[in-house]
Design a protein around this ligand. Structure first.
Ligand code: CO
Ligand code: ZN
Length: 362
């Protein structure tokens, strides 16, 4: 467990907005190396770790390396950075945060997201939530020229500056648990994994938060027979929210996805693969919960509809306050996600994979 916590801390604190996952990729390459037979990085930066099994049946795993971030689209004459979102932020959670800005030479600069002091806020407006267009990043520069001298400008990327911390009872908090927790679970599962019939392609993907980009090309390359994504999901088990809207509960085990999606369309996890994961969890005594989520999806959706279709499912880690600086999860849920994944891979026989594939009826 200590191992897992340390791994999650390192991944969580790494810098990695969509398209700029280098720091996370370094950790992934280092962690995956000893546990796979082959390791390579594709043109967009997806990391593939292949662990050969007794058969050529390919099972693809996917966990994304990127975190939601901001991108500078304007620098004003007083040296403030104006930003656009990379991924789905709730602006309320950004105000008052410290951030890290990447300069052109790769150096990291500190900044803050400022706000209007109550003293100079018109009466009645104190509680108005800001919009993204009103937010700005203050890196301490006093002119556009100084910002330029620091190597920052249009296109510079920004993430939250937030240290990992442990709360009570094996519960931890930090930034980017979406999806460094899923990534940590995938890496941990590779450590736990024994002999398999199937050949495992563990893929750490890029640019998930801005449209499941990395998983799309990775799936084309692997052309898997089945796929399992690892991601966080909503645990809205907090005051003011009715039980029906919890989606999942912290501490009740990893979630086996039944359906998710949102405005872009819904995604139903492959029923036989979902049932298989459920049976494995039951047999191994791993706690689990089912998940129906409206308003978000995972790499599984992008993988599922490639080529002739890929039976795909998702194991999720219940996380409170997703896409905020204070994401919260229970380590046991994440470790159990890794156990469930490793057990499922070990138990996947060729007959089962064949049962997922197309059948000639006549
Ligand atoms: Co996300
Ligand atoms: Zn995610």
């Amino acid at each position: 467990m200590e191992d897992f916590k340390g791994l999650l801390k390192r991944l969580s604190e790494a810098f990695g907005p969509p398209g700029f996952e280098d720091e996370v990729r370094e950790i992934v390459v280092e962690e995956m190396g000893p546990y796979v037979d082959e390791l390579f990085v594709d043109r967009w930066g997806n990391v593939f770790g292949i662990k050969r099994g007794e058969t050529e049946y390919r099972v693809m795993l996917a966990a994304h390396m990127d975190e939601i971030g901001l991108i500078v689209d304007h620098v004003d004459k007083n040296g403030f950075l104006r930003v656009k979102p990379m991924g789905g932020w709730n602006e309320v959670t950004l105000v008052g945060q410290r951030v890290v800005v990447m300069a052109r030479d790769g150096k990291r600069l500190k900044g803050v997201i400022g706000s209007r002091p109550p003293h100079v806020t018109p009466p009645g407006k104190e509680r108005e939530a800001p919009e993204m267009k009103d937010l700005f990043v203050d890196i301490g520069a006093s002119s556009a020229e100084e910002v330029e001298r620091l190597g920052v400008g249009v296109g510079s990327v920004v993430v939250l500056d937030r240290e990992f911390a442990e709360l009570a009872d094996g519960v931890v908090t930090g930034k980017a648990f979406d999806d460094r927790a899923g990534l940590a679970a995938m890496l941990y599962a590779l450590r736990l994994l024994g002999e398999t019939s199937v050949t495992v392609y563990a893929v750490a993907t890029v640019q998930e938060e801005i449209g499941l980009r990395g998983a799309s090309v990775a799936a084309e390359r692997v052309n898997p027979h089945a796929a399992i994504a690892l991601d966080t999901t909503i645990a809205a088990d907090v005051p003011g929210i009715s039980e029906r809207e919890y989606v999942t509960k912290l501490g009740a085990g990893p979630a086996i996805k039944v359906m998710d999606g949102g405005r872009g369309g819904l995604f139903v996890a492959h029923p036989r693969l979902r049932d298989f994961l459920t049976d494995v969890a039951k047999r191994k005594g791993i706690p689990y919960q089912f998940e129906v989520l409206y308003g978000g999806t995972t790499d599984a959706m992008a993988i599922a509809f490639r080529r002739e279709g890929v039976p795909a499912a998702t194991i999720s880690i219940p996380t409170r306050y997703v896409h905020s600086p204070v994401e919260v999860l229970k380590l046991d849920d994440a470790i159990n996600a890794a156990r469930l994944l490793a057990s499922a891979l070990e138990e996947m026989r060729p007959q089962f994979i064949e049962s997922l594939l197309e059948r000639r009826l006549k």
